[in-house]
Design a protein around this ligand. Structure first.
Ligand SMILES: Nc1ncnc2c1ncn2[C@@H]1O[C@H](COP(=O)(O)OP(=O)(O)O)[C@@H](O)[C@H]1O
Ligand SMILES: [Mg+2]
Length: 257
């Protein structure tokens, strides 16, 4: 297995996470470990993937079980606390943010800082503001979006918006990025670009937990795969081999029928 070493204490572990919605058990004793830098969770619709992300990131509380990160117990902490530990969930760029430029979207990514920097843009910058602007440009450069720095986000393509979300997480110095369907609706060429960027970041020590349906594209880039069905982990393995597992084939065929 490929390993990312620079942050080898960065690990996310869940133990027996359980979450009910009324009678429905959306998570049923889910235990995962981040094995390698890019961990993928797959499974048919309704299998509990988004619920797992919501519980890990504090948007939903677990009924029982644990979420541990770097040895610390983060179970049921509020989202901003989880964020402070370096776990950053990417969201689709919201409507008001779409009126801001690409650069502005990066500058305001850091909560509690953002608005003041926009007010002073064009005026005189503090040292910290200068640093932020420099960091934002180096991120745009890394993402291949430097030429779009002054473009309003609403003029970006779907794939470029996904890259911008990654950029915003980088501004926050994420240790672990959690992404729900990062390439959904993105054309294949740009999907590969996005996944290559994730791979490159993982080589620099950032971990990823992603949920994605586009298995034809995504499986080539991930280090470890968990398969969910009915709120449970039913299989795990490396990359494409997971699709040869008969139980996995069955849940996917079952889901189609
Ligand atoms: N807020 C909620 N209230 C009630 N049921 C929910 C809620 N969120 C998800 N569910 C149910 O929990 C199950 C798992 O959903 P979800 O985690 O969104 O699955 P996935 O992301 O794998 O498609 C589904 O049956 C879904 O209908
Ligand atoms: Mg989902």
């Amino acid at each position: 297995m490929e390993v990312c070493h620079e942050r080898n204490n960065t690990e996310l572990v869940t133990r027996n996470l359980t979450k009910h919605f009324g009678e429905l058990r959306a998570l049923d004793a889910v235990s995962i470990d981040l094995k390698g830098c890019i961990t993928l969770v797959i499974g048919p619709n309704g299998s509990g993937k988004t619920t797992l992300i919501n519980v890990v990131t504090g948007f939903l509380s677990a009924d029982s079980g644990k979420v541990l990160f770097e040895g610390k117990d983060l179970t049921n902490l509020p989202p901003h606390e989880i964020f402070r530990h370096g776990i950053v969930r990417t969201f689709q760029t919201s409507q008001p943010l779409r009126k801001l430029t690409t650069l502005e979207n990066l500058l305001i990514a850091e909560p509690g800082y953002g608005e003041s920097i926009l007010e002073s843009l064009g005026g005189s910058w503090s040292r910290k503001e200068e640093e932020l602007v420099e960091r934002a440009f180096s991120i745009l450069d890394f993402l291949g979006m430097e030429h779009l720095w002054n473009e309003q986000a609403m003029n970006l393509s779907g794939g470029q918006l996904r890259l911008l979300e990654i950029g915003r997480a980088l501004m926050c110095q994420a240790k672990l990025m959690i992404m729900d369907e990062p390439i959904a609706g993105v054309a294949p060429a740009l999907s590969h670009t996005i996944l290559k960027k994730l791979k490159e970041l993982s080589g620099r020590g950032i971990y990823f937990l992603i949920v994605e349906h586009r298995l034809d594209i995504v499986l080539d880039y991930v280090d470890w795969v968990y398969v969910m069905a009915g709120g449970r982990i039913i299989a795990e393995g490396k990359g494409k081999e997971i699709l040869e597992n008969p139980e996995v084939v069955e849940v996917y065929l079952g889901a189609q029928g």
